[in-house]
Design a protein around this ligand. Structure first.
Ligand SMILES: [Zn+2]
Length: 241
């Protein structure tokens, strides 16, 4: 299974061959542009187009035995494709693009708020990021600093590094509880700004290619979750006045 979204987050459609169907009816293909739920970003929805034009609606995409095992979960009562059948895969691009904008906004929040991340969840309408931090911070100020990074339109790009390079730069990992997967010999860094000047951190998700594409966002609220935990909610649109 080749995960095409790793190298091209903007690939909304691709051809694929069915390589397997699980007992639960999930579909495996030789390659896919469907992102599988991971790292706080939900899996893609969309449909598979058969040669005769019929559609197989895909309700979600998840990982199976390993991160590389991507399972497309059909909606109820969908036709079942044959092993070896050629399909054209179409993701719900409007939804995915919103997720890419939100996910990239989470990276910017970790720049504005440089504390260890204890949890994150991205959705179409908002995102939450939990930080291990004790101090109180003004949400209007966070919004303004986020929007400055958006307006500055920094490039967002990926770069592969070796595990040895990561070991030499342990500060690259901002997540407190989640360690990037080891044993592959290399991992993907998501970098923001020329020469990664703004940020770089290991991430397997999908992101927009420049920060201005995020558009208007604001911090909806900051909740205190325990003495040393703050939960930030990022929402689309300008801050309500
Ligand atoms: Zn990311």
């Amino acid at each position: 299974m080749t995960a095409l979204f790793t190298d091209d987050a903007y690939l909304s459609t691709c051809e694929a061959v069915v390589t397997g169907i699980t007992p639960d009816g999930a579909i495996r293909c030789d390659q896919t542009c469907f992102y599988a739920t991971s790292g706080g970003q939900p899996g893609d929805t969309g449909f598979f187009e058969r040669a005769n034009g019929d559609r197989i609606a895909i309700a979600t995409t998840v990982t199976g035995d390993s991160k590389a095992d991507i399972l497309h979960v059909p909606a109820e009562d969908q036709p079942v494709p044959e092993i070896g059948e050629k399909l054209v895969l179409h993701i719900d691009w409007e939804r995915r693009h919103r997720l890419m904008r939100m996910h990239t906004a989470c990276h910017l929040l970790s720049v504005v708020c440089p504390h260890p991340i204890t949890g994150a969840s991205v959705s179409e309408t908002d995102s939450r990021v939990d930080f291990d931090m004790a101090e109180t911070i003004d949400k209007a100020e966070v919004t303004e600093r986020l929007m400055q990074l958006v307006r500055d339109n920094h490039p967002v790009f990926t770069r592969w590094i070796s595990e040895a390079e990561l070991d030499a730069n342990p500060d690259l990992v901002k997540s407190k509880n989640v360690r990037p997967p080891r044993g592959l010999g290399h991992m993907r860094l998501v970098c923001i700004g020329a020469d990664s000047a703004i940020d770089s951190q290991p991430c397997g998700g999908t992101h927009v290619s420049e920060t201005a594409e995020i558009g208007d966002i604001h911090i909806g609220k900051i909740e205190k979750k325990g003495r040393e935990n703050r939960r930030f909610r990022i929402r689309f649109g300008p801050a309500p006045s």
